[in-house]
Write a new protein. Sequence first.
Length: 208
Amino acid sequence: MRANTQTSFEPHEIPDYPMQSISMDVFYLDGTEYLVTVDRYSKWPACYMLKSTKSSEIIELLKRQFVDFGRPEVVFSDNASYFVSYEFQRFLEDYGIKHVTASPYHSPSSGLVERMNQTIKSCLTKAKQSDQSLFDVLHTLRNTPISSQLPSPAVLLQSRNLRDNLNCLPKQLKPQHIDLPTIDSLFRERQAKAMFDSSVNKLATEFV
């Protein structure tokens, strides 16, 4: 079988459309392992409780996600055994998906999913204190604006917010016009700032 895994890529490239590429990872919290995926365009998070970290289980969960949102062109992950197994590589090849892997310690592309891991962990810990579930956490994250200028993942992915327990006006739940050139420009500005801040922090560390 021809491998579709590569390590040479442009991790800071902004996708052209939602769900074109996703980052994924597995994290552990309170005795349970979770699979997390994040759309690299809309920042839409998905999180699934795992019974095991077998490739077969992860594959079944991804199949469900791809039915809802379409198959991505590229998936990013680390080199964990369940992501680089023959079974997982065969699945991605059959689905026509390119797989980009890199060390979690050296991959700029892993930053997005790592940040989402920490966010979900923090929210889950707080949610347990108020008797909320993983679904409540995901609903809130998907409906929360990315920044003061960028809309929520729900709007970027589905052009509308998701109805919740708050009193929403009907117009807030109707499809919204998305100015793609403006969104793209804002993403590039955020990216440039993040890269600049990262380089400054790296230089500061070297001089400590």
